[in-house]
Design a binder for this molecule. Structure first.
Ligand code: GAR
Length: 221
């Protein structure tokens, strides 16, 4: 058996994205184990999820950005993390941290980047009146929500939607796209070429998972 990828997850909130990775890992869908969950919120439900699944949880007390990220870096390094995943982490990482982890640091965003960056991608897209939105996984670089895009999924905004029904539908798809992205990384199939990410040939999850007709998955899913 090949060596499993060691994941460090950064999460600020409820942690359903984290849960999707836990489920995929425990269910053998991805060749990766979560070794530590880091949160900037002591009461984050994500930390409770970690505890329930016997995963080390680490609360990093918010303070000056460089100092805070140094602490996070220490925890990740101590745990021999191979890939760091932003799963609902609501802070901007410091330049030094991003430089050190570049290529091993990914994020999921609840909109089709480069539209609707920031901490309310779903709400901003909804308020703008878009008819199609979605989610994006990308490598993190030094600019916010800017790094090379890995996968995207497009989702229709329905007539009866409000911000929250839309956010829930996006989340459902995030829970497919995020583990899929991690598995592509684990298989060594992601090659960064400047702004682009080349996805090397291999299997697809399209047939194996529920394929929702209201979702358009990018190549590589
Ligand atoms: C997810 O929708 C994720 O894409 C978003 O936060 C939510 C976390 O949900 N992330 C961002 O907005 C990052 N800018 P969760 O706590 O249930 O996983």
């Amino acid at each position: 058996m090949t060596k499993k990828l060691r994941l460090g997850i950064l999460a600020s909130g409820n942690g359903t994205d984290l849960q999707s990775i836990i489920d995929a890992s425990e269910g053998g869908l991805i060749d990766a184990d979560i070794v530590v969950v880091v949160s900037d919120r002591k009461d984050a439900f994500a930390l409770k999820r970690a505890k329930t699944h016997n995963i080390e949880g680490f609360f990093v007390n918010p303070k000056e950005k460089d100092e805070m990220d140094k602490e996070i870096d220490d925890v990740l390094t101590k745990n021999n993390v191979d890939l760091v995943v932003g799963a609902g982490y609501m802070r901007i990482l410091s330049g030094d941290f991003v430089k050190k982890w570049y290529g091993k640091l990914i994020n999921i965003h609840p909109a089709l980047l480069p539209s609707f960056k920031g901490t309310n991608g779903q709400g901003d897209a909804f308020d703008y009146g878009v008819k199609i939105t979605g989610c994006t996984t990308h490598f993190i670089d030094e600019k916010t929500d800017h790094g090379p895009i890995i996968l995207q999924a497009a989702i229709k905004v329905m007539p009866g939607d409000n911000r929250d029904t839309l956010a829930q539908r996006i989340l459902k798809v995030e829970h497919q796209v995020l583990p899929r992205t991690i598995q592509l990384y684990a298989e060594g199939r992601l090659k960064i070429e400047g702004r682009k990410v080349k996805i090397l040939p291999g299997d697809s999850w399209l047939k194996e998972q529920e394929n929702n007709s209201w979702v358009l998955y990018s190549e590589g899913y």
